[in-house]
Design a binder for this molecule. Structure first.
Ligand code: ADP
Length: 893
């Protein structure tokens, strides 16, 4: 029996809650039985004993149900309710109230509830326990006749038995809990060790799998390259080319799986070294350019001149990220172009964020697929992509590597039109030098390093050390055209024998060899007594591709690092780099063409903007300001009896007002729909990394806020803000956003500032009458008629995002206007005098001059813009309307 309880306590198949629940209940059952027993002994009425027994039975049944149905939480709540609301008050009044065991039972109830219930229910029942006990005390005090009193001896007995049993119960429960927790933490520790061991085993497995597979692929790729170099028939050449493609694909797959396993097990480590961004770029560009050219795609590279020349980071992984994204861009684009642009972002701590933007004009990604894009093994839109090779691992690796570097990757895509990935990678800047304009000389250097022409070095001698005969054969063959003399050694011992006999300029050394491994052999060669190769360049030539191995070779002082399988070009490049310059004779071929073509893509001028500020035609901004700040505007639509027109593009205000007064018919304005907004954003994103789109107040009837937001949901980097105003009030907010964007503020900083400025911007108009608003259904026709008959000239004022009728002026137009101007500009001392918009509908030159003079009498603005209100704004105000729109100064200014 004891054994049974013990095994129940440590049974890991049962949840901790279940075990605690059962234990607490078991101990409580014993305690409750004590109540009955003491009641029997002290001669309590049978009916009371019966009631308590029924309550205990109910609790038992609930417990049974809860355990059987695995409803521990529900069972705990029901039992707690029975204890707190029934059992305790009942025993309190039937066993002498405070002169008995009841007070102790209240304490026990608190403990009981705390043990079996968690979360807010625990708080509830604890409070209930206190409240019920308090209530019982008060009632018992006020109505003592309700309490069945005990004789003094009985009271003492009941009190003591309760106290004793509760002490024991608490002791037992706490000991058991400690036991359970001890067992649990032992189990957790054991599991942690097992997982760590499993991870190690998995890493070892992947690492050896990678090593074992790379070795035969090295032979396949190497020997296949020899076939391709021979003068073989077209058919054989084609077969060999297919073998090469398949081997590379296999290699790619192995690398991806290996990376994935490391990332998932958390054992991927970054190897941060100083590297030149230009060099990294040139290798990358060379590779992608060839692929893009083969598919007939244009490939553009834009590098901002202020990008630092040298940074510290894991260049291999940065390149891997970019290659994955660029490869995808080429893979999923049938026609058009792929572009890579590089810019500096913000400094954070001591790191500068380098922003890589990769855009293509390819098939795009459906909005509903965007959330799954970075999932491992997930290929989206498979119907369309079936013929395109891929595993669905690339983007998952990209996301995890970027996360590891503390960066961020975002994507926005318009289905069927193209995709843009923006990757921000923080790197430590290694010096003040910037890439600058990547002038010809520099580009030349970059490209020459990336493109190695063949060379010959007949006076050079090389030793290749590898236990695998095929590897030796491949290496020997690949170096054949360079005419270097190549010796081979099949073990470390063999190598040490040769290095005492002959000097080798370069030694390619395998790492994993039976007996003496490559590291040991390297050490011995450099310190060999009587050895001829103590000054030789030794290059690690290994199938261990991971960063740790690379770091190990660096620590050991190897002069270079080559990963198997190696292609002829990389092998030659590494050899040439390590041979004395005078021994190497380049046969420069037609690489100047490659050079020129390559240079064409590196263009440091056409950079994408970090943030583009866009808005609607309702913002009533003059063309010169739109151009100056490069603000793109999406037109609202105006529907008349003649058709639907784009605001300010197909339709001007004068024509619209003339049409309205002639036809008397009303005109309806529409906001652009979601599809049009999506297309607008997509177009703008080809010139910018992110968009801040500013709409007119969302509380205005024809606000484009909701549709713009819906469209923005298709993108990751479009933010829509309601500016809280209309017309040039909206324009003022837009200009402020542009100013902040130019200062390098982030989108959230800009939106926060705009939110504050909502109250500062003053948007108001004085209208001739309310006819046009009545036509648009915004005020009742009766009010419009009355104001007209009484020659009242109302103002429309923007308050908390809504347009309301403000002050009303009497009399002639000139008189009313003067008053409006005076009132509007009354609080002179607060006005920001930098800019005033006089935004109007159907006013002549004289009238505008009159307004300007009246304004000037009160206050001088540095810039006054006379702006015709857009047709979509004018349809509501009607002719002979104008407004003074400006901003108050903020407290900080
Ligand atoms: P894959 O090996 O399938 O290319 P990735 O993880 O690299 O795997 O990409 C996942 C999926 O994302 C791809 O199958 C493809 O459907 C989609 N995708 C990635 N990049 C692009 C792009 N530039 N244009 C369109 N679709 C893309």
């Amino acid at each position: 029996m004891k054994k049974g309880w013990y095994s129940f306590l440590i049974n890991e198949k049962k949840s901790i809650e279940e075990r605690l629940f059962v234990i607490t209940l078991a101990v409580s059952a014993v305690s409750f039985s004590v109540i009955i027993l003491s009641n029997v002994i002290t001669g309590t009425a049978l009916v009371d004993i019966g009631v308590i027994a029924v309550l205990i039975l109910l609790m038992g049944l609930t417990a049974f149900w809860a355990i059987k149905k695995k409803h521990i939480k529900g069972g705990s709540a029901i039992i707690s309710a029975l204890v707190v609301f029934c059992m305790l008050p009942y025993t309190f009044f039937t066993s002498g109230a405070v002169f008995g065991g009841a007070p102790c039972w209240f304490i026990f109830a608190g403990l009981f509830v705390s043990l079996i219930i968690s979360g807010k229910w625990r708080v509830f029942f604890l409070v209930a326990d206190l409240a019920v006990s308090g209530g019982c005390y008060i009632v018992a005090y006020m109505y003592p006749e309700l309490v069945r009193t005990n004789k003094t001896l009985t009271a003492y007995i009941l009190s003591y038995t309760a106290l004793a049993f509760i002490c024991i119960a608490i002791g037992v429960i706490i000991s058991i809990e400690i036991l359970i927790y001890k067992k649990e933490s032992e189990r957790n520790e054991k599991q942690r060790k097992e997982i760590a061991a499993l991870n190690d085993a998995q890493n070892r497995f992947f690492s050896s799998m990678s090593h074992e597979i790379r070795t035969p692929i090295n032979t396949i790729i190497g020997l296949n390259e020899m076939i391709l170099r021979e003068d073989v028939s077209d058919e054989v050449a084609e077969d060999a080319a297919n073998i090469r493609a398949a081997s590379k694909m296999l290699l790619h797959l192995i690398n991806d799986i290996l990376d994935m396993s490391k990332l998932e097990s958390g054992s991927m480590q970054l190897s941060c070294v100083p590297y030149r961004i230009g060099d990294m770029l040139s290798e990358l560009v060379n590779m992608i350019w060839v692929r893009a050219r083969d598919k007939g795609l244009e490939f553009n590279v834009n590098v901002s001149p202020d990008v630092p020349a040298q940074v510290i980071g894991d260049d291999v992984r940065v390149k891997q990220i970019l290659i994955n994204i660029l490869n995808n861009a080429v893979k999923y684009t049938r026609e058009g172009s792929v572009s890579l642009s590089i810019q500096c972002g913000k400094m954070k701590d001591d790191k500068l964020s380098i922003i890589y933007t990769i855009s293509d004009t390819g098939m795009g990604i459906k909005k509903e697929n965007l959330p799954y894009l970075f999932d491992a093994f997930k290929r989206v839109d498979e119907d369309k992509n079936r013929h395109i090779e891929g595993t669905g691992l690339g983007l998952s690796i990209v996301r995890q590597l970027v996360d590891l570097m503390g960066g961020e990757v975002t994507v926005n895509s318009i289905y069927t039109q193209g995709t843009t990935f923006v990757i921000e990678i923080p790197q430590v800047v290694a010096g003040p030098e910037t890439v600058g304009d990547l002038n010809l000389e520099k580009k030349h250097k970059i490209m020459r390093e990336a493109y190695y022409s063949r060379f010959e070095a007949p006076d050079a001698s090389v030793l290749v050390v590898d236990d695998n005969a095929s590897n030796l054969l491949v290496c020997k063959k690949l170096l054949r055209d360079t005419k270097v003399s190549v010796d081979t050694a099949s073990s470390g011992e063999d190598a040490l024998r040769l290095t005492t006999e002959k000097f080798y300029h370069v030694i390619f050394m395998d790492h994993m060899m039976p007996g003496m491994d490559g590291i040991e052999c390297h050490r011995r060669i450099l310190t060999q007594k009587g050895g001829k190769c103590t000054d030789s360049k030794i290059i690690s030539f290994t199938a261990n591709a991971d960063a740790e191995s690379r770091a190990l070779y660096e620590r050991e002082g190897f002069d270079g690092f080559l990963i198997k399988p190696v292609d002829g070009k990389s092998l030659e490049k590494e050899l040439a780099r390590n041979l004395p310059r005078e021994l190497v004779h380049y046969s420069v071929e037609d690489d100047d063409d490659v050079l020129e073509e390559s240079m064409a893509w590196i263009n440091s001028e056409q950079n994408k903007r970090l943030i583009a500020i866009t808005t609607e035609s309702t913002a009533d901004l003059p063309k010169e300001l739109l151009e100056q700040y490069d603000i793109a505007v999406i037109p609202h639509l105006v529907a008349t009896g003649e058709g639907v027109f784009r605001d300010s593009i197909d339709l001007d205000t004068k024509g619209l007002i003339a049409y309205m007064s002639k036809s008397g018919s009303s005109v309806v304005t529409h906001v652009p729909d979601v599809a049009a907004s999506e297309a607008f954003f997509a177009e703008q994103l080809s010139h910018a990394n992110s968009i801040l789109h500013i709409t007119l107040s969302k509380d205005i009837e024809n606000s484009g806020f909701a549709t713009a937001q819906e469209a923005a949901a298709s993108f990751n980097n479009v933010t829509v803000v309601d500016c809280g105003h209309i017309s040039s009030g909206q324009g003022l907010q837009v200009l402020e956003a542009c100013r902040l964007a130019q200062q390098g503020k982030t989108i959230s900083e800009i939106t926060a500032s705009m939110e504050k400025r909502k109250e500062l911007v003053q948007t108001s108009f004085i209208v001739d009458n309310l006819d046009y608003l009545a036509r648009a259904g915004q005020v009742s026709p009766r009010i419009a008629r009355i104001t007209k008959t009484l020659s009242l000239r109302p103002t429309l004022v923007m308050k908390k995002g809504r347009m309301t009728v403000g002050r009303v002026f009497f009399g002639s137009r000139a008189k009313a206007w003067k008053h409006y101007i005076k009132r509007s500009l009354g609080v002179k001392s607060h006005i920001d005098t930098h800019m005033l918009f006089i935004t109007y509908t159907s006013l002549g030159r004289d009238e505008l001059e009159f307004i300007r003079d009246e304004v000037e009498k009160i206050i001088h603005f540095e810039n006054v813009y006379f702006q015709k209100a857009a047709p979509s704004v004018s349809v509501n105000s009607g002719p002979n309307t104008f407004g003074l729109l400006y901003s108050f100064r903020s407290d900080e200014e």
